[in-house]
Write a protein that binds this ligand. Structure first.
Ligand SMILES: Nc1ncnc2c1ncn2[C@@H]1O[C@H](COP(=O)(O)OP(=O)(O)OP(=O)(O)O)[C@@H](O)[C@H]1O
Length: 361
């Protein structure tokens, strides 16, 4: 397995890019740790495939370098990078059996049959196809063929990295969960460096140790699922991750207090923020009350989603979402919302501003 270094990396599909907007991938410097599982998460068109294709060697970046364990592979073709890839749609040999397909990457590298058999058995068990090893791939469903593609991607232990590009798109919902769990287990057992591209937050958060959130060609945050939830570095992360996403309130800040409209709230810490200042609060950290301090708001509807309720409120014309426990009463005359201090994040021009104590730490 390898550490992957992205050094001063950027890519534009235009021959002569003139401004940052011309770059599908904006400048990025990062070390991706050896043996860690990363998910590349973002909306369609944000640059995920561009970044993955640069790492796999399908695309040569217009700027910067890619290093595997310190070795510059920027110009090296895919075949020389010793990586395994699984794409959105199945890539299998129809005339071969399931076993033949799974064994192919090992045979191709001259591995002894005695070593191949147990490895194929293990991967077949993982994808739930032990009973179909002698079947020809032709005639299998797209779902089954994609499981074979996943198995083939995972059968070698000596790869620098395993790259997955939305691999579960054609898999049925139940099996998706099963395969994600298996991938996670495989990662724990073998410690491969894995990069998994998806636009689905559940997939990213359940699979990865670290989630790389991309927005508009830029990596806006790399963090654990918990970090992305508690301390979104950019308003996009707050909005994109979580269901519903983070609420944002325009505010003026002075020291440890903020004004939102006519209301004043205590922030629990001091901040220095300039530009467009917003307070971000996830729906989990909003509470409802009747009278007293807080921001004026009225309940507009309640959605019961099973394990909890989503309360939609109207706060001076803006919609605010709050999560309430299943049995929690929602008083009809409730007219104020307030924020749990630990759930408050401050943003200046969309980027998180650390509280002054945290900044110094
Ligand atoms: N070959 C290309 N030539 C020109 N522009 C491209 C090319 N490939 C991608 N782009 C543009 O680069 C930007 C990033 O695209 P990319 O495919 O990397 O995003 P993505 O996040 O993987 O999206 P998706 O999930 O839809 O595949 C988009 O604006 C896209 O239109």
């Amino acid at each position: 397995m390898a550490k992957i270094t992205l050094d001063n990396l950027a890519h534009s599909y235009l021959p002569k890019p003139e401004s940052e907007d011309d770059f599908a991938l904006k400048e990025l410097n990062h070390d991706w740790a050896d043996g860690e599982a990363y998910a590349l998460l973002g909306a369609s068109g944000c640059g995920k495939s561009t970044l993955l294709n640069i790492i796999s060697g399908l695309l040569i970046p217009s700027q910067g370098r890619v290093l595997f364990d310190g070795r510059d592979v920027t110009m090296a073709p895919t075949a020389e990078r010793n990586i395994a890839q699984v794409f959105q749609f199945p890539v299998v040999y129809d005339t071969m059996t399931v076993e033949g397909n799974l064994a192919f990457p090992l045979k191709n590298r001259g591995i002894a049959p005695a070593e191949i058999a147990p490895r194929v058995q293990k991967v077949a068990a993982m994808i739930g196809m032990e009973d179909q090893l002698s079947r020809k791939a032709r005639g299998l469903t797209a779902d089954a063929k994609q499981k074979i593609s996943l198995g083939r991607g995972m059968v070698r232990e000596d790869v620098n990295a395993l790259l997955f590009d939305e691999p579960l798109t054609v898999i049925d919902p139940h099996m998706k969960w099963e395969l994600r769990t298996q991938l996670k287990k495989l990662h724990r057992d073998f410690g491969h460096t894995m990069i998994y591209v998806t636009h689905d937050q559940t997939e990213a958060l359940t699979f990865a140790d670290k989630v790389v959130v991309m927005h508009d060609g830029r990596v806006v945050q790399i963090g654990t699922p918990q970090e992305l939830f508690e301390r979104p570095a950019h308003t996009f992360v707050g909005y994109f991750i979580g269901s519903p996403g983070m609420n944002l309130f325009d505010a003026q800040i002075e020291g440890n207090r903020a004004r939102i409209g006519e209301a004043t709230i205590d922030l629990g810490a001091r901040y220095a923020a300039t530009g467009r200042v917003q307070i971000g609060v996830r729906p989990e950290f909003i509470t409802l009350s009747t009278g007293g301090a807080g921001i004026p708001a009225r309940v507009s509807r309640i959605e019961d989603v099973g394990r909890h309720k989503i309360v939609r409120l109207d706060a001076g014309g803006s919609e605010v979402s709050m999560i309430a426990a299943e049995g929690e009463p929602i008083p009809a005359d409730a007219d104020r919302i307030s924020f749990a201090p630990e759930g408050i994040n401050i943003y200046a021009d969309d980027w998180r501003v650390a509280p002054q104590g945290e900044e110094a730490a």
